[in-house]
Design a protein around this ligand. Structure first.
Ligand code: ZN
Length: 371
């Protein structure tokens, strides 16, 4: 929705300005400085290789440069399919992580950690617990090919009479909006399709662009760090199944807290609220992933490093969801507020718990709670 995104855009610009003031003010997100400067850690990590750019250039030459300017839907679909199939295979060979491996080692783990958390987390309205657990449990991770098939089925379920190849071309274009034409954007997205799947009961799904894993690998990090860093993005995408649009009643206290401590009423406007609520679940999953790491939680400086890798690729205007609002909170807010001030992360970082001068916002409201 263009009108709404203009409003978030303006709101974001003001929020970015408020976050980048040199003078400490009430709207700064890092007063007083926490015991670990996560934003500096985030800006301090550097790539050791640039396989994303190299592979992208290669795929452009091999596939896209050969597509005629007067291309048909058939030719477009064939080019997308060839380029992305190759991107997936090459990224898997370079990173040692296939789609099946990603699903088993990272996605399924993130989902079960979130589901276990939702089963016991205090909720303002008890009646929705079974439903939110069911919704998150139902989210599946699709390959690009499966995503295209689901979108074709969705088109049919909506009564489209377009040819299959036209619906496939439409699906690939939508995929491209998040993942790029070769699937190499460091991104992922969540979407839903009504009236498809088993018994036409509808589907909730996440898609991870092969570029998300390949780009993380470019930083030269260990496999364990890579998998754990991905849990933030996977938790974020799973969180969209229960975000602010889906369950506004879950986030009333969080909304009020963020509006107050940022002194920025538009912080919880539609769109941005969905992204911040999804980030909250991403942070919850990241904390649980690190806390339950085989061999025990890593030391605080290592936790800071994983957070830096998990957030390195976040930009304020990053495109995220295919059909949902496309604006994230600015990176400093995501790191210093949503992630760093989550009490579970604070603990992993070995930092003092939130105090009156560095309050955090959880779904239960401001931390520390006021009396
Ligand atoms: Zn999102």
């Amino acid at each position: 929705m263009a009108a709404a995104s203009g409003r978030w855009g303006a709101g974001l610009a003001a929020l970015v300005a408020a976050l980048s003031v040199a003078e400490p003010t009430a709207s700064s997100q890092d007063i007083p400085l926490r015991c670990r400067d996560l934003l500096a850690a985030n800006q301090g990590v550097t790539k050791r290789t640039d396989r994303v750019a190299e592979l992208g250039e290669e795929l452009d030459l091999k596939h896209w440069k050969k597509l005629s300017p007067q291309y048909t839907d058939e030719a477009l679909v064939a080019t997308f399919r060839a380029a992305i199939t190759e991107a997936e295979a090459r990224a898997a060979a370079i990173t040692g992580l296939t789609h099946a491996g990603l699903r088993r080692l990272a996605f399924d783990r993130s989902k079960s950690l979130l589901v276990e958390h939702l089963k016991v987390e205090p909720l303002p309205v008890e009646g929705v617990r079974d439903e939110i657990v069911r919704r998150v449990s139902a989210v599946v991770l699709l390959t690009t090919g499966e995503y295209v098939d689901v979108m074709v089925a969705k088109g049919r379920a909506e009564g489209s009479t377009a040819s299959t190849v036209t619906l496939q071309a439409r699906a690939y274009r939508q995929y491209m909006a998040s993942c790029g034409r070769n699937g190499l954007s460091p991104n992922a997205f969540y979407d839903e399709a009504a009236n498809v799947g088993v018994g036409n009961s509808g589907m909730r799904f996440a898609v991870v662009c092969p570029g998300l894993v390949l780009e993380a690998h470019d930083y030269g990090i260990s496999r364990q760090d890579l998998l754990d860093a991905l849990s933030f993005t996977l938790g974020h995408e799973l969180g969209h199944a229960i975000d602010d649009s889906a369950y506004p009643e879950l986030y009333g206290s969080m909304a009020e807290c963020y509006r107050r401590i940022t002194e920025f009423p538009a912080i919880w406007d539609p769109g941005l609220a969905d992204e911040i609520s999804a980030d909250h679940w991403g942070a919850v999953v990241l904390a649980e992933t690190l806390r339950t790491r085989t061999g025990g939680a890593p030391p605080p400086e290592h936790v800071a490093k994983v957070i830096a890798y998990a957030t390195r690729r976040l930009e304020p205007d990053e495109i995220d969801d295919g059909s949902k609002p496309k604006v994230h909170a600015p990176t400093p807010f995501r790191i210093n507020q949503t992630i760093a001030r989550l009490p579970a992360i604070n603990e992993l970082l070995g930092c003092p718990q939130n105090g009156p001068h560095n309050p955090g916002c959880t779904r239960q409201g401001i931390v520390p709670a006021e009396r």
